[in-house]
Design a protein around this ligand. Structure first.
Ligand SMILES: [Zn+2]
Length: 277
């Protein structure tokens, strides 16, 4: 059974309003030849949240660009590790994960903030920067962290800033009086993002589930490309896997992977119209 059609209620919730007047049911994973931007706080959130969906979209000739706020240069318990070295490792791991998913490294864009420091960047400058990206690429879909629908969610640092900042930039990009310098000097017209697919959702907020059965192995391989983020490399860095440890982690990840109606899934909240949850 196709999980997307498991109930009428789910279908109704998955309706996305592509224009102000006409309701168009859009199936995220069925999009073709569209421009899709994903904003990720770290070089792995894009993999962990959405590698399956991204793999499906990459197969359908979509133009996918990954924007990564920070370089993830803090997340290691290895006392011998330095931030510069870790930043290089994380960059290479992200490029490998994206290669596995089907996204070329030229489509990975680094906003170059340090890990854990995104909240201390200038909020105004950060919104302006991402607004400019949205106006320049004019995406059909933006994927980003869900800040929460009816309440302020707790997120770890970088995640909460990324969640709110991306949403604020989506809003600003639509209105020409925000950052008018972008039109004046860069020739960038306002852009209304037609579809927002928010990830890292709570079960309560999720309203759309992509069946990733066919690409689950791709997702697993991409997740495991982030070697430095898993035991044992997170404590004592090594460049590759011990086959036994790799196998054990694969089994663990498979057992823990989100499922719905017996299928591997990735959950989203597809946002509706302006100021709608
Ligand atoms: Zn993260």
């Amino acid at each position: 059974m196709n999980i997307r059609h498991s109930s009428r209620a789910v279908m109704m919730m998955a309706l996305v309003w592509a224009s102000g007047l006409t309701a168009q049911p859009i199936q995220l994973e069925k999009l073709e030849k569209k421009t899709i931007l994903l904003f990720s706080p770290h070089p792995d959130d894009d993999t962990f949240c959405c590698a399956g969906t991204l793999a499906l979209l990459a197969k359908r000739a979509n133009n996918i660009h990954i924007f990564i706020y920070t370089n993830d240069d803090k997340g290691s318990y290895d006392p011998e590790m330095t931030s510069e070295r870790l930043g290089r490792i994380r960059k290479a791991e992200e490029e490998e994960a994206c290669r596995i998913v089907g996204i070329p490294k030229e489509n990975i864009h680094w906003l170059q903030f340090h890990d854990g420091m995104l909240e201390y960047a200038s909020p105004r400058d950060l919104v302006e920067q991402v607004t400019k990206i949205i106006r320049a690429y004019r995406p059909d879909v933006v994927l980003s962290i869900d800040p929460g629908s009816e309440y302020v969610r707790w997120h770890k640092t970088d995640h909460r800033m990324s969640a709110n900042n991306t949403m604020d930039a989506i809003r600003a990009a639509e209105w020409h009086l925000y950052f008018p310098n972008q039109r004046l000097h860069d020739g960038l017209a306002p852009w209304k993002v037609p579809m927002e697919a928010l990830f890292y959702v709570t079960p309560k907020d999720a309203n759309y589930w992509v069946n990733v059965d066919d690409v689950f192995d791709v997702k697993l391989a991409a997740s495991l490309a982030h070697v430095s983020q898993w035991e044992p490399a997170i404590r004592k860095y090594r460049v590759d896997w011990d086959p036994k440890e790799l196998d054990a982690l694969k089994q663990k990840l498979k057992a823990r992977a989100p499922k719905k109606d017996g299928h591997f899934v990735e959950a989203f909240r597809i946002r509706g119209r302006f100021n709608q949850p």
